[in-house]
Every structure is written in C-alpha cells, then in structure tokens.
Write a protein that binds this ligand. Structure first.
Ligand code: ATP
Length: 372
C-alpha cells in the first residue's frame, strides 16, 4: 500500500492455492484439491464436512505438520509455508487430548511454559488464570485420571491457551464426549473464545456443532470448499445440493422448468404437480428445489396462489411436544411420489392442528417461493 494509506490488517490465517497430494508407491491421492481461505483475527471459523473431505489435512497444513504440495500458507501476512510447526504461532488441540497422567492438572497446563523457561511467578499466574477461564480453578492438584472427560478436555484447552497462541486449531475436540456434555462444552468453547478473543479454527463433521459455535463456516466436500459463509447464510441459502443435504434436514423436489412468468418460473415436478420458484429459468431446464421442513406450512384449505404449493397425503406423524413432524406423500403412489418432511410448531391450539393432519388426511403444503 502507498505510504500513509491505512491498510486493512492481514488475515490471521490465509491459504492461497493450497493443495495436498499424498503419494503412496505409484498411487497418488489428492486430499485437498485447491483452497483459498482468509480467516480474520478473532474469528471462530469452522471447517465442516463428511469424513475424508480433507478437513484434518487442511488443519495440519496450517499447523505445519503437513507440507502443502502447492500453494502458500500465511499467518498474519507472513509466509510460513516452510516454517516448522514449533515456530508457528498456533497451537493445536486434538480429539485425544493426551494429558500427562503422572502430572497434576496445574503441571499439565504449565508444561509448555516450563519448556520455554518462563519464570515460576509468571507461570503460576498464567496457569491460575487459564484454569479459572476453563472453570477448573479448584481442580489444580488433581491427576487427569480423577477428572471427567469434559474436564480433561478443558485441561487440554487450558494447556494450549496458556502459550497465548495467535490462533488455536481444534480438530474434533469434543468427539469423544457424550451428547449432553458435548453441547455444554460447545457453549463453553464459544464463551472462552469470546472472552480471550483469539482466532479459533474448528474441525468438525457435526453440522449442529458448526452452526452453534461459528462466526463463519467453510463446508468442504472432496477436498474443496463447497460454500463459505455465516451459519445463517449456509443454512438459509445453501449454494449447492451437497450443502443443502449436508446441513440440516431438507426436502428435495426435482422437476423441469415449464414456463417463465413475470414472477419467476413455473416448474413441473416429476410427480406431475406444478410449483412456482422465484428464479427465472428458461423452459426445459432441470430444476432441483430444496425446502427446509420448518419453512413449509401445512393446511387443509388451499393456500394463497402467491405461494409455492403442492397437495399430498399425510403418511406419518411424529408428535414431539413443542413440534410435530409430518411426512406427506405428494404424487399418486409411493413408487412415483416424493415424501416431504414438514416440521410444524405446536404453538397453536393442538387439538385443531391434530384434527387436520392425521394419517391419510389430504393436505396442502406451501412455502414462500424465495425459500426454495
Ligand atoms: P475425518 O473426519 O475422517 O478425519 P477429514 O475430512 O479430516 O476426515 P482428512 O483426514 O484430511 O479428512 O483426509 C482426507 C483424505 O486424505 C482421506 O481420504 C485420507 O484417507 C487421505 N489421507 C490423509 N492423510 C494421508 C496420508 N498421510 N497418506 C495418504 N492419504 C492420506
């Protein structure tokens, strides 16, 4: 930048054209096909995707445990592609947290500082502060074997954070915990990250986890990023069919554009019914429509013609207290029809809602055209 011009701060972590191909004998396998990512300082950033999509490999390249085949890794604007892991200002927390069993909680956390020859008073101060942060102030003298899984995970977190890294890399750190503890720890991690304000990069295959905690998510598939955005953007506006199917529950309707109108396109679904979509497509284009179950309204009366709407038969209902999940078959029979899942909140008079939608009822399903 020109002298005197304020320049935007460099991203905390930046990957430019990064690929990774593994060679075993004469076989080669491309785990990461080409990544361009800028992660800002203080962001809670998640890499989300199914097993084998390249999340861990990406993380290991950021940490320096794996060398990219091509491309550049930068930390705060500095090229670190050839810098050893221990000279990068990042720390990694693994799923198997590998605490030293013979050391107390406090000594586990102090380990890295002792190795760096940080003085005793400073070490004690920082260890105490970190144990307070992860709410283990009263467990300092215990051994790892005397702790619960969640507590051990928090010790591992404190041990990584005590080094005051610029960024913390977490690879499925909660995978070993049961559901309840995992959900509690998700909140804890988010709070800790907010309190200390350092960059977190989080690897997970659990979409709920990524949606709950992240500022932004990169959804990965087969070594590439399918979509990058905030949790709401990714959930509300999945860019690809893969993202729509991977995140949350969604219904997929397939069809063909039949006619273009001033308001969008009339689509003939494979089951024979017609729906409107807001996008304008030329006639004959094949169309995939994805609709989230909670965006669909179920009714016995025909909905307003401005809505996308189809008719069907209720084949199953599951009452879940605050909501009811309906399965509705659209099309004439199970062989050619499509089953659509609808989540309705039970915030109205339940007996009325129940009465309209027992098994076998004929119903209308409708959603705003922009939701598809
Ligand atoms: P998971 O959630 O199962 O850990 P992931 O998305 O983290 O999956 P990676 O561990 O990055 O995926 O692996 C991506 C692909 O690269 C996989 O198909 C894996 O088998 C392959 N791979 C990873 N490491 C190596 C290696 N050292 N040699 C050869 N292939 C590897």
């Amino acid at each position: 930048t020109a002298a005197g011009m304020p320049s935007a701060p460099a991203p905390a972590i930046s990957l430019a054209g990064v690929t990774k191909t593994f060679q075993s004998g004469r076989e080669s396998f491309t785990a990461v096909g080409g990544l361009d990512l800028d992660i800002q300082a203080g962001e809670f950033f998640s890499l989300l995707g199914p097993s084998g999509c390249g999340k861990t490999t990406t993380m290991r390249m950021i940490a320096g445990f794996e060398e990219p085949t091509t491309g550049v890794v930068r930390l705060d604007g500095t090229d670190v592609t050839d810098v050893a892991p221990n000279h990068r200002d990042v720390n990694m927390v693994f799923q198997s947290y590998a605490l030293f069993p013979h050391l107390s909680v406090a000594d586990n956390v102090a380990f890295g500082l002792k190795r760096k020859r940080v003085g005793k008073a400073e070490t004690d101060r920082r260890v105490t502060e970190m144990l307070e942060l992860v709410e283990l102030g009263d467990q300092a003298k215990r051994k790892p074997s005397q702790l619960s899984g969640g507590q051990r995970q928090r010790v591992a977190l404190a041990r990584a954070l005590v080094n005051q890294p610029r960024a913390l890399l977490l690879d499925e750190p909660l995978a070993a915990l049961d559901l309840k503890l995992r959900q509690a720890m998700q909140m804890e991690l988010k709070r800790i990250q907010r309190d200390i304000g350092i960059t977190f990069i989080y690897v997970t295959h659990d979409q709920g986890e990524a949606l709950t905690m992240s500022d932004r998510i990169a959804v990965m598939n087969g070594g590439y990023v399918e979509q990058l955005g905030t949790p709401a953007e990714i959930y509300e506006r999945p860019a690809t069919r893969f993202v729509a199917e991977f995140i949350g529950t969604s219904n997929l309707l397939t069809g063909t554009a039949a006619a273009t109108t001033s308001e969008g396109t009339d689509v003939r679904l494979d089951c024979g019914q017609h729906v409107r979509i807001a996008e304008r497509l030329s006639e004959g284009t094949s169309v995939d429509i994805t609709v989230r179950p909670e965006k669909i309204q179920l009714s016995t009366e025909p909905p307003d013609a401005s809505m996308s709407r189809v008719r069907g038969t209720v084949t199953d209902t599951v009452y879940l207290g605050s909501s009811t999940h309906y399965t509705v078959l659209i099309g004439s029979d199970t062989a050619t029809g499509t089953e659509i899942v609808v989540f309705q909140q039970n915030d109205r008079d339940l007996s009325a809602a129940d009465a309209i939608a027992g098994r076998g009822s004929e119903v209308w399903l409708s959603w705003r055209p922009t939701h598809s």
